[in-house]
Design a protein around this ligand. Structure first.
Ligand SMILES: *[C@@H]1O[C@H](CO)[C@@H](O)[C@H](O)[C@H]1NC(C)=O
Ligand SMILES: *[C@@H]1O[C@H](CO)[C@@H](O)[C@H](O)[C@H]1NC(C)=O
Length: 290
């Protein structure tokens, strides 16, 4: 337990410092052996969550994914610094590049819900998921990715995308993608490499050329394409990766299918607040129970 706690802090501090790693000499890697996304308009629903920066107006901080035109999923740990939330700027994937242009719409966080058990229940990776309401909808066609509707079998391939660290200390300017394979829960637990893992609620991936996420890729999606229909689904949200990323290539995702109830509850909460609806009787009873 103690080891895990220290590692979580380590991951966090590495993650948070991903904004100034461009000055660092630490060896860090990208979506390791990821490939540039060159096809236009292929992942419109991917979002870059950016924070203000001294040198640039904004810099990439975390990934996210649009599941409704104005609702984005990301990792809960991307939103733990509450003083940062109102300063965040969201860049949907217009051009497979992370630099915000003057003509881009200014999209901010209007409201958000972090999973109620995040940081209250170990392992922390178990509930590392948050639902974010944006202050304006993305009006492009096909701007959203559908939520997973079932569990996927072991050895299914999913796509991981992100702007995370690449080539030593630098964030990738181009959106990178890698195809990774879902491993079984037992193998994920057996990795014994220090990170926390919750079977069912998490899934882990690897790839036989060693591709995987790195700092700045958290919150990004694992995308599964149904070969029968060619429809893509959001299957996972990247929570953590082993460090250093160039050496270890196992990524831990939050399993979206296992969190559908939380995601649905967050939608309902946003709608209730928007329309001023009363809480449901069931919700009231739950509150009295506390
Ligand atoms: C949280 O964000 C603020 C900027 O709004 C920054 O000054 C502070 O260092 C951040 N805290 C942590 C723990 O990263
Ligand atoms: C899915 O995509 C493949 C490759 O682009 C294509 O050959 C196939 O016909 C598509 N299947 C459906 C059901 O659209």
């Amino acid at each position: 337990m103690l080891n895990s706690a220290i590692l979580m802090m380590f991951l966090y501090s590495n993650f948070v410092s991903s904004t100034d790693v461009e000055d660092s000499t630490e060896f860090q890697e990208k979506i390791y052996k990821g490939k540039d996304v060159l096809r236009k308009g292929v992942y419109p629903y991917f979002c870059s969550i950016q924070i203000p920066n001294d040198r640039y107006p904004y810099i990439h901080y975390c990934g996210g994914v649009l599941v409704e035109r104005n609702v984005m999923l990301t990792a809960a740990h991307c939103l733990t610094n509450t003083s940062l939330i109102s300063k965040l700027r969201i860049l949907p994937n217009y051009r497979n590049r992370r630099v915000i242009q003057k003509s881009d719409p200014i999209i901010k966080v209007k409201n958000y819900v972090i999973h109620p058990d995040f940081l209250k229940q170990r392992p922390y990776s178990m509930h590392d998921i948050a639902v974010v309401l944006l202050d304006k909808p993305d009006t492009r066609p096909k701007a959203t990715l559908q939520l997973a509707f079932r569990r996927l079998p072991v050895n299914t391939k999913v796509k991981l995308i992100g702007f995370g660290i690449e080539i030593r200390d630098y964030l990738s300017d181009a959106l990178l993608e890698a195809t990774v394979t879902i491993k079984d829960d037992k193998k994920c637990l057996d990795e014994k490499t220090g990170f926390e893992y919750a079977p069912i609620y998490n899934f882990c991936t690897q790839n036989n050329v060693g591709a995987g996420g790195c700092y700045g890729d958290a919150g990004g999606p694992a995308i599964w394409q149904d070969a029968r229909t060619n429809i893509s689904y959001l299957y996972g949200v990247l929570s953590s990766e082993q460090s250093p990323c160039n050496k270890f290539h196992t990524d831990v995702f939050v399993n979206v299918f296992a969190h559908l109830k939380f995601i649905n509850d967050a939608y309902l909460q946003f709608s209730r607040e928007q329309f001023g609806c009363p809480k449901t009787r069931k919700a009231e009873i739950t509150e009295y129970d506390y």
